[in-house]
Design a protein. Structure first.
Length: 352
């Protein structure tokens, strides 16, 4: 495996691939010799120049390269494109020229690949494909939530309002600064149609706002189900999904900041939350209408999906087995220890 673009998503995907016993990370690319090369070097990853013409910049900065993108493509079975949105589409012909299957991210249009991918919603769509798009963080989270609800109760209509972060923590050039902006102002937003790339028969409408925060996205979800559920049944259903974390009512976790601190205290690298974070106390039912809030860590939730997409493209491993392997190696499946008599044992040493 190779990762083209060692940035916010790329560095996380690289670490996840390197953790898999059935995968080998050959190397990663950088477009310029910025601080990201230090992180790659600390982990022992071979570094390649994403752009041939910039190789001299790395030499001038004292950074040793193993080669350029073309060399990496010739050395791998699959390349994971983690370039900024829109760049992946420009990279696609390069991958095709080297006859290297590619995985793209959700910032690209669906047309960039043969299939869009979510492990919970449409694992088999990527089987033996040469180009796959792992859908965006928001679409990933909505697919994980709506797929089990549809299987258990049937979904008549899903309505979701997304409050989106203005940018990732490192993106100082992103806005808004002191505003909340409809993004887009048209309704529905693009998120609903993107969910239909994964769950084509599911009726879903979405509207989105952009807020001046960097931590996580928040979804306000209303789903009209075909059969009437009860709240405890929904809690049990979602609690059985490894990639959904039910935030306990008594935990005192009141927002994204507390969630990220909770993840850090649990020993998560970079405070990453690979799971949907559903507030347990928000789950309420009126007739066939289900309501809940969930938070989505935009930097992290697509990472396990990229790992599963690799297996779907290159092996005959089925979805449950792949997801189980990924979950085990990464530690996906966050569970609160509050209220279950397990607080007496410590999982992490104080200096971990």
């Amino acid at each position: 495996m190779g990762v083209n673009g060692y940035g916010t998503i790329g560095k996380r995907v690289a670490d996840a691939v390197a953790a898999q016993p059935d995968m080998e990370l050959v190397g990663v690319t950088k477009a310029s010799p910025d601080y990201g090369v230090e992180a790659a070097a600390r982990r022992g990853y071979d570094l390649y120049a994403a752009v041939d013409d910039r190789a001299d910049e790395f030499a001038a900065a004292g950074v040793d390269l193993t080669g350029t993108l073309g060399d990496l493509l010739d050395a791998v079975d699959v390349i994971v494109d983690c370039a900024p949105s829109g760049v992946g589409e420009r990279n696609a012909p390069v991958y095709e020229a080297h006859d290297t299957p590619a995985i793209f991210q959700g910032g690209e249009d669906a047309a960039v690949a043969e299939a869009s991918f979510n492990a919970r919603g449409c694992f088999e769509a990527a089987r033996d494909a040469d180009a796959v798009r792992v859908v965006s963080c928001n679409t990933t989270a909505l697919s994980r939530l709506l797929a089990p609800l549809d299987e258990a109760y049937g979904v008549e209509k899903a309505r979701v309002t997304l409050v989106r972060r203005g940018g990732d923590p490192s993106e100082t050039d992103r806005g808004p600064i002191n505003d909340i902006v409809p993004d887009p102002a048209t309704v529905p937003s693009h998120h609903g149609p993107d969910v239909n790339e994964i769950l084509p028969d599911l009726a879903v409408d979405t509207a989105a706002l952009k807020a001046p925060v960097t931590g996580m996205h928040t979804h306000s979800v209303n789903v009209t189900l075909e059969t009437e559920p009860d709240e405890s049944g929904v809690r049990d259903l979602l609690g059985d999904e490894d990639r959904i974390f039910l935030v306990p009512e008594g935990a005192g976790i009141d927002g994204a900041g507390a969630l990220k601190e909770y993840a850090a205290d649990a020993g998560r690298p970079r405070s990453d939350l690979w799971e949907n974070c559903v507030w347990e106390e928000s789950i309420s039912v009126t007739g066939r209408d289900l309501y809940l809030f969930q938070n989505v860590h935009q930097e992290a939730d697509v990472v396990p999906e990229n790992v599963d997409a690799i297996r779907a493209m290159t092996t005959d491993v089925d979805a449950p087995e792949s997801m189980a392997r990924t979950n085990e190696t990464l530690g996906v499946g966050l569970r609160s220890r509050l209220g279950n008599d397990e607080l007496g044992r410590a999982e992490l040493a104080a200096d971990d």
